[in-house]
Write a protein that binds this ligand. Structure first.
Ligand code: SF4
Length: 195
């Protein structure tokens, strides 16, 4: 029987949508989870580099995220313990200004409830960016409002901004993120993987 990860890898539902984008690319689902994982990294969607390499967060955003989490590259990519599930499994393409398009809602509607059911051993979720905040935390405010309310999501989850270079100014404006939130995040990740 085909596994759920293999079914997603074979998905081409957004082929027409991606063909009409500025990049005119074909779907390449980047699937990185298996039953038994304890830590969930819930993200947005692959960028162009991840689309090319087929490995999630294999880019400068990933380097910053691993630093935030306190994980080595080997720990981060250990699928037996860490699941990486974005709101869309494929790169959505660029808009006319060269920014990434939003994750297609069709992906969430088609796959996400099934993926979550396939991960019954999750103990902690790191929720990265506004799209994931809305799905996993039912957050309705801005990214800043949701992340500023981080204590209210413990011990099950913590919301983060996207680790993209585009958010470097946000990090400077919100120094509490590094001084208050990150030490707690690293502790929860360590507890989740070691207990
Ligand atoms: S983004 Fe999701 S729904 Fe669309 S083709 Fe990729 S896997 Fe399928």
């Amino acid at each position: 029987m085909t596994t759920l990860p293999d079914q997603i890898r074979a998905c081409r539902l957004c082929a027409d949508r991606f063909a009409a984008s500025a990049t005119a690319h074909t779907p390449r689902p980047v699937v990185w989870f298996q039953p038994g994982a304890r830590l969930l990294i819930a993200g947005q969607a692959p960028g162009m580099r991840v689309h090319t390499t087929g490995k999630p967060f294999n880019d400068p955003s990933g380097d910053r995220l691993r630093d935030w989490l306190g994980l080595t590259t080997d720990q981060f990519y250990d699928r037996s313990r860490v699941a990486i599930v974005p709101m869309a499994f494929c790169f959505p393409g660029y808009d006319t200004r060269g920014s990434d398009l939003p994750p297609p809602p069709l992906c969430r509607a088609t796959w996400h409830d099934r993926v979550m059911k396939a991960l019954p051993d999750l103990r902690f979720t790191v929720v990265v960016g506004g799209y994931a905040h809305r799905y996993h935390l039912q957050a309705r405010g801005s990214v800043t409002e949701t992340v500023a309310g981080w204590r209210g999501f413990l011990p099950q989850a913590l919301p983060l901004p996207h680790p993209s270079w585009r958010n470097t100014a946000w990090l400077k404006r919100n120094p509490w993120f590094e001084t208050d939130l990150l030490p707690v995040l690293r502790q929860r990740v360590k507890e989740t993987l070691n207990d």
